[in-house]
Design a protein around this ligand. Structure first.
Ligand code: GLP
Length: 240
């Protein structure tokens, strides 16, 4: 595991450049594989850096192919709280990335169809050549995507209940009273299948999760410690 003690802005620049290299390799046909992307406040500087590179013509957006980690359920993509609306606003629309280059879990999927939808999401990752680079944040409780504490590390894409600690976080849409209580998320096993993983974790609120990853034992109580088992992880953090 590679530790980069740096600012969110420097991490964003470096990671955005890494994505330019990935897109250029796809454009040349010398690489396959998609990106797996997060939402939340942490990746905002990263998406800002990608928008800048796209505006300069340095990002081969025509070679783009990405999956996102999760989506609230039920939740329409047009709902401003949806993760799809976040990605459209922060990245896809400003960079001119077309719908056919984007894979997203469907927050309007009928309950009876969820198992098939989640299995199809995993199948489409394999059909895309797998995940070349997974960029993940971490929850205050150490969750990855919406894999809450206690999630088995071989978990796959599925419907999940959100932990109270997640729903009680400042900024959680609608709060614990009116906010979403469930989501669709890739599993920890899905994330660990990525060929490379980058974790972005900044600010005091993430310090304990980062400490567990760096010094704690691998435990399902801290999903982020699953990254200790992966051979190619880079952590960008300011949590010393
Ligand atoms: C949500 C997302 C995670 C994200 C986490 C932290 O739970 N499902 O993917 O890492 O929030 O978000 P933030 O970066 O806003 O702290």
């Amino acid at each position: 595991m590679k530790w980069m003690m740096t600012s969110a802005e420097s991490a964003a620049e470096e990671l955005a450049q890494r994505c330019c290299v990935w897109a250029a390799a796809r454009q040349r046909g010398s690489a396959s594989g998609a990106l797996l992307l997060p939402t939340g406040s942490t990746p905002l500087p990263f998406y800002g850096a990608l928008r800048q590179l796209a505006a300069q013509g340095s990002l081969a957006t025509e070679a783009w192919l990405s999956f996102n980690l999760d989506e609230y359920w039920p939740c329409a993509a047009s709902d401003p709280i949806s993760f799809r609306a976040f990605m459209d606003r922060e990245l896809f629309a400003p960079c001119g990335i077309a719908d056919e280059q984007i894979a997203f879990l469907d927050g309007t999927c009928a309950e009876a169809e969820l198992t098939a939808h989640c299995a199809a999401y995993e199948d489409s990752m394999r059909a895309a050549g797998g995940i070349e680079l997974a960029v993940v944040g971490v929850g205050v409780n150490g969750h990855l995507a919406f894999n809450e504490p206690g999630t088995p590390w071989d978990s796959r894409t599925r419907r999940v209940a959100l932990a109270q600690t997640t729903r009680a976080r400042p900024g959680f849409p609608g709060g614990t009273e009116h906010g979403p209580s469930e989501a669709l998320t890739v599993g920890i096993g899905t994330i660990l299948d990525a060929r490379e993983i980058v974790l972005l974790a900044f600010g005091e609120a993430k310090a304990e999760a980062v400490r567990q990853l760096r010094e704690g034992k691998a435990s399902e109580e801290w999903p982020v410690t699953a990254l200790q088992t992966h051979p190619n992880v880079t952590v960008y953090t300011d949590c010393c």
